[in-house]
Design a protein around this ligand. Structure first.
Ligand code: NDP
Length: 400
């Protein structure tokens, strides 16, 4: 049917590419391009023979728009799936614009020298994408991504108006290390060491990092401590869910993770300010990334489940009601299927589905859109089909 160009070949990309291969009726050609081409070649070798999709590889530095344009012109994909890092979003969007190619990503742009992510940079492309007759689908991972689609689905089928959303991201998995991150350590640590914030009554309320803690008993996982974080889907959901009064995002962390993080912060290891070391400039957080376990290596060691979902409270036919939509994913099952743990799996599957929605023209609006702006139903069906089944629970326990 069509061709996808995947940029990046890390933990999330590996799952998305496995899933594209399983779905070769849609993706009959896959080009894997990344900075380190040997990783692309190793994945190609692993997957060839398991799929009818034709796989090719390429080397690209996605910080350079001209290299990306040359690659897109050579490969002529129907859609570009950006699974590199948030720093590359704009160069890849520029290349898609120049070549009139659809674009999908899972994380919003963040300048490398300021740990501050927001949509303004990518939303600024709206008019140019519309004029070029192409689509950018922003945030097609799990959170943002599936949590945003859950919100559109709840609004479409369960509510006249949603007033409160609590997004709960629980990782009940244990990898056996005292400290490791489940996805790119640099991006992960930047996210969790930043100030928290939530949306209430039309404005942001800022908190100190990890200031707000709650305990929740997660279906199929059990009781966990969770902490309020700033998270990117809050920004777009606040605009796209009419009648919304409050949106919060909570993520679970174990005590060992938090104690190590505090210590690393206190000694300056999580800083993104460059320092001089033996005559050479280094960024402490990038050095820390180099000594931490590679998230891709956690797959065989991680046991337990994730539970990610949203609790919605709102009105239907004049009555107040609440529902909880969530997915539970088992780390070991994911590893058996695609050789990765559940955090990469829960992001890679929706990334593939987002690319499929555009490639098949199931979603066909020109411009730059967040994922909750499309019809959620075909995406929800695809989640059930491709390994992320979801449940709807009526009257869940609410978070205070
Ligand atoms: P990894 O670090 O495992 O992989 C990143 C990949 O991008 C690597 O292959 C890396 O290449 C490549 N890359 C980095 N810079 C460049 C560049 N300049 N040019 C070309 N390739 C480059 O990260 P993850 O797979 O964990 O995360 C991928 C994305 O998914 C991130 O943007 C992350 O924020 C997002 N994410 C989204 C989630 C969601 O639910 N929405 C959840 C988790 C992650 P190399 O091998 O050379 O380092």
């Amino acid at each position: 049917m069509g061709k996808v160009l995947v940029i990046g070949c890390g933990g999330v990309a590996s799952v998305a590419i496995h899933k594209c291969c399983q779905n070769s009726a849609v993706f009959d050609e896959i080009c894997i391009a990344s900075r380190t081409v040997s990783k692309c070649e190793a994945l190609k070798e692993k997957l060839e023979g398991t799929t009818s999709a034709k796989i090719t590889t390429a080397q690209v530095d996605a910080d350079h728009t001209d290299e990306l344009i040359a690659l897109i012109e050579k490969e002529k994909p129907d859609v570009v799936l950006n699974l590199a890092l948030p720093y590359q979003d704009l160069t890849i969007m520029d290349a898609c614009l120049a070549t009139k190619t659809d674009y999908v990503d899972t994380a919003n742009y963040e300048p490398e020298d300021t740990a501050k992510f927001e949509y303004k940079w990518q939303w600024a492309y709206r008019e140019r994408y519309e004029k070029a007759g192409i689509t950018a689908l922003l945030g097609s991972g799990f959170d943002p991504g599936v949590t945003s689609v859950f919100s559109a689905y709840a609004l479409k089928h369960y509510f006249d108006e949603i007033n409160y959303i609590d997004i709960l991201d629980c990782n009940g998995g244990d990898h056996g290390y005292p400290f490791a991150t489940n996805f790119n350590p640099e991006i992960n640590i930047r996210e969790v060491s930043a100030k928290g914030s939530y949306w209430e009554d039309g404005h942001w309320v800022e908190t100190e990092p990890m200031e707000i803690k709650r305990v929740y008993n997660f279906p199929e996982v059990g009781e966990k401590d969770m902490y309020l974080l700033h998270h990117e889907e809050i920004e777009s959901l606040a605009l796209n869910i009419p009648g919304i009064k409050r949106i919060r995002f909570f993520m679970t962390f174990g005590q060992s993770y938090l104690t190590h993080l505090k210590c690393l912060e206190n000694v300056g290891m999580t800083s993104i300010e460059p320092i001089m070391y033996e005559g050479r400039e280094i960024v402490p957080l990038q050095f820390l990334k180099a000594v931490l376990p590679d998230p891709a290596s956690l797959g065989p060691r991680t046991k337990g489940k994730t539970n990610i979902g949203c609790i919605f409270t709102g009105k239907k036919d004049g009555k107040e009601k609440s529902i909880y939509i969530y997915n539970v994913c088992d780390h070991q099952e994911c590893y058996k299927e695609v050789g990765s743990q559940a955090v990469a799996y829960t992001t890679g599957v929706p990334a593939m589905i987002g690319a499929m929605m555009l490639l098949t023209k199931t979603w066909d609006k020109k411009g730059v859109y967040n994922i909750e702006e499309f019809d959620p139903d075909p995406f929800m069906d695809a989640l059930n089909k491709f390994g992320l089944p979801w449940k709807v629970e009526e009257n869940p326990v609410l978070v205070d």
